[in-house]
Design a protein around this ligand. Structure first.
Ligand code: HEC
Ligand code: HEC
Ligand code: HEC
Ligand code: HEC
Ligand code: HEC
Ligand code: HEC
Ligand code: HEC
Length: 260
C-alpha cells in the first residue's frame, strides 16, 4: 500500500489498521504526505540539485521514485528529490555540504514511512529486521536513487537475491553439497524481509511453509505421504524442520534429505 502524494487532498478513514496488516497486495491511498521539514527552506525542484549532484540526478528519472515525478511546482516536495530530502533552498544557498539544511533519510526511516505505511506496519511486527531500532537502514537492501530499488546501491540485484541477503547471512547462502532447490526461488519464498508475526521472519509457522511445494497425499488409513514416504508419525506436533528430519532447510553437506 502506498500513500500516494496528492497535496491538498486529504482522504482519511481509509486506513483501517486491520487492512494494513492483513494485505500484502498494494493499493493506492490518496492522502496528503508531508515531506521532511527544514525550517525556513522552500522547494527548488530537482533542477536545484543538478549542478552539484549530477551523478544522482542523472540516474534518478529511471528509478521507481523518479518515474512518478513530474516537475510541477504545485507538487513540489511531493515528488522528486525533496520528497525524501526536504526543501532544498537553504542547502543550495549554503553551497551544500553534509548536515547542511538537508535531510539524509539513510539514518532515519520515518521519511520512507510517510508513503510506505504497509512497510512501517511490517517493521512493527514482533519479528523484524532491526530498522526502527536504528541498527539497520532501508538502503542496506534498497537503492533509493537507482533503476532497481529492490537491491542495495552498488549491490547485487534482487534477481540474485540470495547474494544480496548473503552479504550479512553467509551461512544460509553458501553452496551446499546437497542443495535445497527451494533456494533457487530466493530467500523471500520462505522469509518476509521486513517482518513477520512468526519467528525467523517465516511467513508460516507450521508445515504449510513446506507443503506449498511438497504435496501431501492423505490416505483413508490416516497415512500422510510426502515424497514416497509415510510421514504421519513424523509430523505430529512438530514442523518438518524441528522434528529432527530436515533441520538443514537451507542445504546440507552430509545428507540429501537435508539433515545436519
Ligand atoms: C552548490 C552545490 C550543491 C547543490 C546545488 C546541492 N547540493 Fe547537496 N550537497 C553538496 C555538497 C558539497 C554535499 C556534501 C557531499 C559530500 O561531502 O560528499 C552535499 C550533500 C548532500 C546530502 C547529504 C547530506 C548529509 O547530511 O549526509 C544530500 C542528501 C544532498 N546534498 C541533497 C541535495 C538535494 C536534494 C539538492 C537539491 C535540492 C542538493 N543537495 C543541492 C552540494 C550541493
Ligand atoms: C526515495 C527517497 C529518496 C529520493 C526521492 C532521493 N533520495 Fe537521495 N538519498 C536517499 C537516501 C535513503 C539516502 C542515504 C543513502 C545512503 O545512506 O547510502 C540518500 C542520499 C543522498 C545523497 C548523499 C549521498 C552520500 O554520498 O551520502 C545525496 C547527495 C542525495 N541523496 C541526492 C539526491 C538527489 C539529487 C535526488 C533527486 C534527483 C535524490 N537524492 C532523491 C533517499 C532519496
Ligand atoms: C513521496 C512518497 C514516497 C517516499 C517518501 C518514499 N517512497 Fe518508495 N515508492 C513510492 C512510490 C509511489 C513507489 C512506486 C510504487 C509502485 O510502483 O507501486 C515507491 C516504490 C518503492 C519501492 C519498490 C520499487 C519496486 O521496484 O517495486 C521501494 C523498495 C521503495 N519505494 C523504497 C523506499 C525507501 C527506502 C524510501 C525512503 C528512503 C522511500 N521508498 C520513500 C513513494 C515513496
Ligand atoms: C533485509 C533487507 C530489507 C530491508 C532492511 C528493507 N527491505 Fe524492503 N524489501 C526487501 C525485499 C527482499 C523486497 C522484495 C520482497 C519480495 O519480492 O517479496 C522488499 C520490498 C519492498 C517494497 C516493495 C514491495 C512492498 O512490500 O511494498 C517496498 C516499498 C520496500 N521494500 C520498502 C522498504 C522500506 C521503506 C524499508 C525501510 C524501512 C525497507 N524496505 C527495508 C528487503 C528489505
Ligand atoms: C545489512 C545486513 C543484513 C542484510 C542485507 C540482511 N539481513 Fe537479515 N538480519 C540482519 C540482522 C542484523 C538481523 C537481526 C539479528 C538478530 O536479531 O540476531 C537479521 C535477522 C534475520 C532473520 C531472523 C534470524 C533469527 O534468528 O531470528 C532472518 C530469517 C533474516 N535476517 C533473513 C534475511 C533475508 C532473507 C535477507 C535478504 C532479503 C536479509 N536477511 C538481509 C542483517 C541483515
Ligand atoms: C525452504 C524455505 C527456506 C528458504 C528458501 C530459506 N530459508 Fe532461511 N529458514 C527457513 C526455516 C524453516 C528457518 C528456521 C530454522 C529453525 O528454526 O531451525 C530458517 C532460518 C533462517 C535464519 C535464522 C538462523 C537459523 O538458522 O535459525 C536465517 C538468518 C535465514 N534463515 C536466512 C535465509 C537466507 C539468507 C536465505 C536465502 C539465501 C534463506 N534463509 C532461505 C527456511 C528457509
Ligand atoms: C519453493 C518451493 C519449495 C519449498 C517452499 C520447500 N521446498 Fe523442499 N524442495 C523443493 C524442490 C524443487 C526440491 C527438489 C525436488 C524434490 O525432491 O522434490 C526440494 C527438495 C527437498 C528435500 C529433498 C527431498 C529428496 O528426496 O531428496 C527435502 C528433505 C525438502 N525439500 C524439505 C523441505 C522442507 C523441510 C521445507 C520447508 C521448510 C521445504 N522443503 C520447502 C522445493 C521447495
Amino acid at each position: 500500500m502506498i500513500r500516494w502524494p496528492v497535496p491538498g487532498l486529504v482522504v482519511l478513514g481509509l486506513l483501517a489498521l486491520g487492512g494494513l496488516l492483513a494485505s500484502s497486495c498494494s493499493s493506492l491511498t490518496r492522502t496528503a504526505i508531508e515531506p521532511p521539514a527544514i525550517a525556513g527552506a522552500s522547494f527548488t525542484g530537482n533542477s536545484g540539485c543538478v549542478d552539484c549532484h549530477a551523478d544522482i540526478t542523472r540516474v534518478f528519472p529511471a528509478s521507481p521514485h523518479g518515474l512518478f515525478h513530474r516537475d510541477d511546482p504545485l507538487r513540489a516536495g511531493a515528488t522528486g528529490c525533496e520528497s525524501c530530502h526536504g526543501p532544498g533552498s537553504k542547502h543550495v544557498a549554503a553551497g551544500g555540504g553534509r548536515g547542511k539544511f538537508i535531510v539524509n533519510p539513510g539514518r532515519d526511516a520515518s521519511t520512507c514511512f510517510q508513503c510506505h505505511i504497509d512497510v512501517e506496519a511490517q517493521m512493527h511486527l514482533p519479528n523484524h529486521h532491526p530498522v526502527i531500532e536504528g541498527q539497520m537502514s532501508c538502503v542496506q537492501c534498497h537503492d533509493p536513487h537507482g533503476r532497481d530499488a529492490l537491491k542495495p546501491a552498488g549491490g547485487l540485484a534482487m534477481a540474485r537475491l540470495n547474494e544480496s541477503c548473503a552479504t550479512c547471512h553467509r551461512e544460509q547462502a553458501r553452496p551446499f553439497a546437497f542443495e535445497h532447490e527451494a533456494m533457487r526461488e530466493g530467500c523471500v519464498t520462505c522469509h518476509q524481509p521486513h517482518g513477520s508475526i512468526n519467528a525467523k521472519l517465516l511467513p508460516e509457522r507450521d508445515n504449510t511453509l513446506c507443503l506449498k511445494c511438497h504435496s501431501q497425499i492423505q490416505f483413508p488409513a490416516g497415512e500422510v505421504f510426502v515424497g514416497k514416504l509415510d510421514h504421519s508419525a513424523f509430523i505430529q506436533g512438530k514442523t518438518c524442520w524441528t522434528a529432527g528430519c530436515h533441520n538443514a532447510v537451507h542445504g546440507s553437506n552430509i545428507n540429501p534429505k537435508l539433515q545436519y
